[in-house]
Design a protein around this ligand. Sequence first.
Ligand code: FES
Length: 162
Amino acid sequence: MTGRAEGLSCTGRRAGYVVAVFPLGQVARHGERFARPPGCGINQENQSRGFMGNLHVTMTDIDGVKHEFPDVEEGVSLMELGRSRGVAGIMGDCGGGCACATCHVYVAADWWNEVGEPDDVEFAMLDMVADVMKDTSRLGCQIKMNGNLDGLEVTVAPASGY
Ligand code: FES
């Protein structure tokens, strides 16, 4: 079956395929391809492991090790990326809920304008780790990759002493 899967919910994605659950619990057979249902985000952990995109991210971990990721998919957050690839210092304890700051990163100065400032909620969370906060601090879970961020460079912030 191909084409648009109207009214279905998406529960996961692997290798470009969306697994759709039918109203009566029937699951699409392996390999059947569906367009992503409207409103079906890709920021859930189980949907971000098999990156197939071509966006590039450079992430330096808390030990100073630089990681190059040339295959990041649009919509993946920096927290999801760092955590799934084992980048030291990216914890993501709250799962992306903007409530823990264990995904704190410093955005490279050249990228600050493109990434943009945190909103008030994110800034309040960053204020909880003010001892390690910088002018270019952001929460990795709040930065979702898109074409404008291709080539983005960030450094994982050290843990707060608070
Ligand atoms: S994962 Fe908790 S604030 Fe980002």
